[in-house]
Design a binder for this molecule. Structure first.
Ligand code: PEP
Length: 253
């Protein structure tokens, strides 16, 4: 059975008080992800510690960093390392979000380094992949995403591959209100699983959780999560609203 995950990505939003209030509202709803299900909160770095404290006594709630630097430590003013975020309670880290790839020129080679550092520090990477609109319109999304996965992940051995979570996030659906249809999501997730199977075998491919991201909301989560290869969601905008995100956690199947 693959782990089902609802992951919130708050991006660069909220101040400290607002962050605490949002976490308190979510916890006050007494949402209990059951066995095999997880609620994951990718909060901005300054809020990791308080989020970890609040989640400590909550079963199946985990804290996630939104990024780490691709070097272990050193003279990289303003950057945050894998070890730093782990030491303040993060258990997951998003690697290669399309906003990082686009605005911070993160390459697949850098992302592969980040993945290694994350695993070394005991963090579970959520590796993001997904095509821009012009690639989708040209019908080249399968090859595009395959290359991201090969270059970002395929230096991992089988044991480490089993520790990865993948998030398929078509860029044209992120923050646009345009969601991939559940069939488009299922098709891509199935394709990603077959890319993994060709390299690592069926057993490992079947064990990796693949999340869908791109305008997931309470109103479409059930339909998306009902697809056999969709193991939950990475959720931006809707995760900033407690009721919406609680409904998305409850939609995990
Ligand atoms: C995201 O930030 O990964 C995302 C999918 O954003 P949104 O849900 O707002 O499209």
């Amino acid at each position: 059975m693959r782990t089902k995950i609802a992951a919130a990505n708050w991006k660069m939003n909220l101040n400290f008080q607002q962050a605490k209030d949002l976490l308190d509202q979510i916890l006050a709803s007494h949402v209990h992800p059951g066995p095999g299900k997880k609620a994951v909160f990718a909060v901005p770095s300054p809020f990791l510690r308080i989020a970890a404290k609040k989640m400590k006594s909550q079963d199946n709630h985990h804290v996630c960093a939104q990024n780490i630097h691709h070097k272990k430590s050193g003279a990289y003013t303003g950057e945050v390392s894998a070890e730093m975020v782990r030491s303040v309670g993060a258990e997951y880290v998003i690697i290669g979000h399309s906003e990082r790839r686009e605005y911070f020129q993160e390459t697949n080679a850098m992302l592969a380094e980040k993945i290694n550092l994350a695993l070394e520090s005991g963090l579970t990477p959520i590796f993001c992949c997904g095509e821009p609109l012009q690639i989708r319109e040209a019908g080249e999304q399968d090859a595009f995403v395959k290359k991201q996965i090969e270059e970002g992940l395929f230096n991992l051995n089988a044991m480490d591959m089993m520790k990865i979570v993948i998030a398929y996030e078509p860029i044209w659906a992120i923050g646009t209100g345009k969601t991939a249809t559940s069939l488009q999501a299922q098709e891509m997730h199935k394709g990603i699983r077959s890319v993994l199977a060709a390299k690592y075998g069926n057993e490992i491919a079947d064990s990796v959780s693949i999340l869908y991201g791109g305008s997931v909301k309470a109103s479409n989560a059930n339909e998306l999560f009902s697809q056999p290869d969709v193991d939950g969601g990475l959720v931006g905008g809707a995760s900033l609203n407690a009721d919406e995100f609680v409904a998305i956690i409850n939609a995990l199947q």
